[in-house]
Design a protein around this ligand. Structure first.
Ligand code: AP5
Ligand code: ZN
Length: 214
């Protein structure tokens, strides 16, 4: 099963990707996590991406498309995958089509900007696994520690209110057009499109996903 998780920064893509990954046994491909891993490793890609990400801008389509193409070719993606944070521009979506990569489900998480700003202020992440927490809405069992490993949780460098607002503006400008792109694709029978109210509780969204992907 090949799934695209579509939604604004902080809409809950990474949170539900963890749930779906465990449920369906398919890998999460988070371009954001891949870029953050490159920054941590100090690679050339990481050095180039860091400034762009910290400013809340998008990394260039060519770089991102290359990353995803390589990742999708790995053996663990043969059964399917969850795309989290990709595509987020029309050229990125067109590149998928150009490479003949068909998508079974596109799931849109709809969350108003003000709710997102509040969510980001309380987000804590475990970089090695991609697990995501919130100090109030999805707290870890032990404060500041990852549930599985007990390792320290961190605050993402781009989660300041200023940068979140910039990322939201870019979302509305460059990524939101994908809603129409994939609705049109669904009307033509190329994929299935699902719109979800992303303001519901984490568990309620997970059970809705279970129903619609059954
Ligand atoms: P990326 O890492 O993809 O960030 P994003 O899209 O901005 O999304 P987030 O990870 O911020 O949010 P999310 O939807 O995963 O929400 P989460 O589940 O964590 O990208 C970062 C940067 O990398 C970009 O700005 C760009 O520079 C670059 N980049 C990445 N991909 C790119 C691409 N394709 N092209 C170009 N550049 C790219 O949840 C957020 C918080 O809310 C958490 O605290 C969580 O616990 C909480 N929460 C989740 N669900 C709920 C709920 N239902 N109720 C209450 N709280 C909830
Ligand atoms: Zn995420």
């Amino acid at each position: 099963m090949r799934i695209i998780l579509l939604g604004a920064p902080g809409a809950g893509k990474g949170t539900q990707a963890q749930f779906l990954m465990n449920k369906f046994g398919i890998p999460q491909i988070s371009t954001g996590d891949m870029l953050r891993a490159a920054i941590k490793a100090g690679t050339e890609l990481g050095l180039a991406a860091k400034q762009v990400m910290d400013a809340g801008q998008l990394v260039s389509d060519d770089i991102i498309i290359g990353l995803v193409k390589e990742r999708i070719a790995e053996p663990d993606c043969a059964k399917g995958f969850l795309l989290d944070g990709f595509p987020r521009t029309i050229p990125q979506a067109e590149a998928m089509d150009a490479h003949g990569i068909a998508i079974d489900h596109v799931i849109e998480f709809d969350v108003p900007d003000d709710v997102i700003v509040e969510r980001m202020a309380g987000r804590r992440v475990h970089p090695a696994s991609g697990r995501v927490y919130h100090v109030v809405y999805n707290p870890p069992k032990v404060e500041g520690k990852d549930n599985e490993t007990g390792e320290e949780l961190v605050i993402r460098a781009d989660d300041t209110e200023d940068t979140v607002r910039k990322r939201l503006a870019i979302y509305h400008d460059q990524t939101k057009p994908l809603v129409d792109f994939y609705r049109t694709a669904a009307d033509a029978g190329k994929t299935r499109y699902h719109h979800l109210d992303g303001t519901q509780k984490v568990d309620a969204i997970a059970s809705q996903l279970t129903d619609l992907l059954a």
